[in-house]
Write a protein that binds this ligand. Structure first.
Ligand code: NAD
Ligand code: MG
Length: 394
C-alpha cells in the first residue's frame, strides 16, 4: 500500500546524526513519498549534519555547538536550508510545525527541545528516554495538556505499546521488561572493576551510541527504562518486572489477569521500532531478513542479578523515593558515564557516583522545567566532584 494520495508526513529529527537519527533517516530515504524532512539537529558533528541537510533539504539545520556555526553555514551556503546554532536554536527547530518529531538526542540535553516538540508537533516519537527519567511528570503533563500523541521508540516500550490493552489497564497484571544483560552479563564484579571503555561499549546484540552502550553494560539502561515504562504505562511501579533475555528477540511482554502473556518479537534492529513509530497506526516495509526462530533455535531467560548490577535496585529505589531522585539519578549517571569513557573513573565507580550523589543531595519534586534544570545542574556538579566525595565516604 502506498500513500501517494495523501500528503507526506512532515518529520523533524532531533539528534539526526546519532545511531537512532541515522536509522530514522535511512527509513525516510526508503520511503520518499511518505515522509518529508522539516528540521534536522545535531550536537557537534557538523560534517554529518551538512551531508544530511544537503540530501534531505529540510527547512532548518541546527547544531548545538555554537563554534560549529560557521562551518555549517559555509557547508550549506548554496542551499535553501536555514542554519542556526546553540540550545535556543534547537528549540526553534523543534517549534517548526511538523506532524512528527523523532526525539533522538542523548541525555537531559534533549529535554528542552523535546518539550518544545511536545508543544508544537502533533506526534512525538520518543527515543530520548532521559526526558522521562529526569522530568517524567512534567513531560507527561505537557503531553496531556497539548493533546500530543506520544509514541515510544525504545524497543522494549514499542513492544509493550504493541501488546498493551490501554483501554482495560485493570486487566494488566504485570509488564515484563526484557534486558539483554549487556556485555558483562557473565562477568564477576572483580572482572567488571577492571573493565575498559572499549569493552563496555562492545554490546553483543545492538549497535548504539556510546552512552546507552555503557548504560547497557551497567544495566542502568534497564533502570532508566523501568522509569520510562512507569510514565508511559502507569500500572504501578511494583507491576513492572525485569527479565534477562540474552538473545534480545522477545522485546518485552505484558501479562494479563487471565494468565495470558503477550509479547512482541523481532530481530535486534532499531529500524523496526523506529518504523512503527514513524508510520503508526500503519506499518511500513523494513528491509532485512525476517526473524528466523528455527535458526535461532533457543531463547533463554534468567532472573537479573541485583548484586552484580546494583543499577537495577538504585533506579527502582529512586523511582519509589520520588521527589527529585530520578532527576538526580539521571544527571549523576550521565556525568559518571562520561567520566568513565574519559578514563577518569573505573567501571564500578559509575554506580558509586550515582549512589553517593543520591545520598548527598535531596530536593523537592521539580515542578517546572527551570526546577528540573536546577536540580540537574546541582547533581552534575556533585557527580563531577565524586573522587573527593568517594574517598571521604570510605
Ligand atoms: P548517539 O550518541 O548515537 O546520538 C545522539 C544524538 O544527539 C547525535 O545526533 C548527537 O549529535 C546529538 N547530541 C548529543 N549531545 C547533544 C547536545 N548536548 N545537544 C544537542 N544534541 C546533542 O545516541 P543514540 O544511541 O542514537 O541514542 C539517542 C537516544 O535514544 C538516547 O536517549 C538513547 O538512550 C535512546 N535509545 C537509543 C537506542 C539505540 O539503539 N541507539 C535504543 C533505544 C533508545
Ligand atoms: Mg531499550
Amino acid at each position: 500500500m502506498t500513500t501517494n494520495n495523501t500528503a507526506p508526513k512532515r518529520i523533524t529529527v532531533l539528534g539526526s546524526t546519532g545511531s537512532i537519527g541515522v536509522n530514522t533517516l535511512d527509513l525516510i530515504r526508503q520511503n520518499p513519498d511518505r515522509f518529508d524532512v522539516v528540521a534536522l539537529t545535531a550536537g557537534n558533528n557538523v560534517d554529518a549534519l551538512i551531508s544530511q541537510a544537503r540530501e534531505f533539504q529540510p527547512k532548518m539545520a541546527v547544531i548545538d555547538d555554537p563554534n560549529a556555526y560557521q562551518a555549517l553555514a559555509d557547508g550549506l551556503e548554496d542551499t535553501e536550508v536555514t542554519v542556526a546554532a546553540g540550545p535556543e536554536a534547537l528549540i526553534a527547530a523543534a517549534e517548526l510545525p511538523s506532524d512528527l518529531a523523532l526525539a533522538a538526542i542523548v541525555g537531559a540535553a534533549g529535554l528542552p527541545p523535546t518539550l518544545a516538540a511536545v508543544q508544537n508537533c502533533s506526534t512525538v516519537a520518543l527515543a530520548n528516554k532521559e526526558c522521562l527519567v529526569c522530568a517524567g511528570d512534567l513531560f507527561m503533563e505537557a503531553v496531556r495538556k497539548n493533546g500530543t500523541t506520544l509514541l515510544p521508540v525504545d524497543s522494549e516500550h514499542s513492544a509493550i505499546f504493541q501488546v498493551f490493552d490501554a483501554e482495560n489497564t485493570q486487566t494488566v497484571e504485570r509488564i515484563i521488561l526484557t534486558a539483554s544483560g549487556g556485555p558483562f552479563r557473565e562477568w564477576t564484579s572483580e572482572q567488571m572493576a577492571a573493565a575498559t571503555p572499549a569493552q563496555a561499549v562492545a554490546h553483543p546484540n545492538w549497535s548504539m551510541g556510546k552512552k546507552i552502550s555503557v548504560d547497557s553494560a551497567t544495566m542502568m539502561n534497564k533502570g532508566l527504562e523501568l522509569i520510562e515504562a512507569h510514565h508511559l504505562f502507569p500500572v504501578g511501579e511494583q507491576k513492572i518486572e525485569i527479565l534477562v533475555h540474552p538473545q534480545s528477540v522477545v522485546h518485552s511482554l505484558v501479562g494479563y489477569i487471565d494468565g495470558s502473556v503477550l509479547a512482541q518479537l523481532g530481530s535486534p534492529d532499531m529500524k523496526t521500532p523506529i518504523a512503527y513509530a514513524l508510520s503508526w497506526p500503519e506499518r511500513i516495509k523494513v528491509a532485512g531478513e525476517s526473524l528466523n526462530l528455527a535458526e535461532i533455535s533457543q531463547l533463554s531467560f534468567e532472573a537479573p542479578d541485583f548484586k552484580r548490577f546494583p543499577a537495577l535496585r538504585v533506579a527502582r529505589e529512586a523511582l519509589q523515593a520520588g521527589g527529585a531522585a530520578p532527576t538526580i539519578l539521571n544527571a549523576a549517571n550521565e556525568v559518571a558515564v562520561a567520566r568513565f569513557l574519559a578514563e577518569e573513573i573505573g567501571f564500578l565507580d559509575i554506580l558509586r557516583t550515582v549512589e553517593d550523589t543520591l545520598t548527598l543531595y535531596h530536593s523537592d519534586h521539580p515542578a517546572t522545567l527551570d526546577e528540573v534544570l536546577a536540580v540537574d545542574a546541582e547533581a552534575r556538579r556533585l557527580a563531577k566532584a565524586w573522587g573527593a566525595i568517594g574517598s571521604a565516604a570510605e
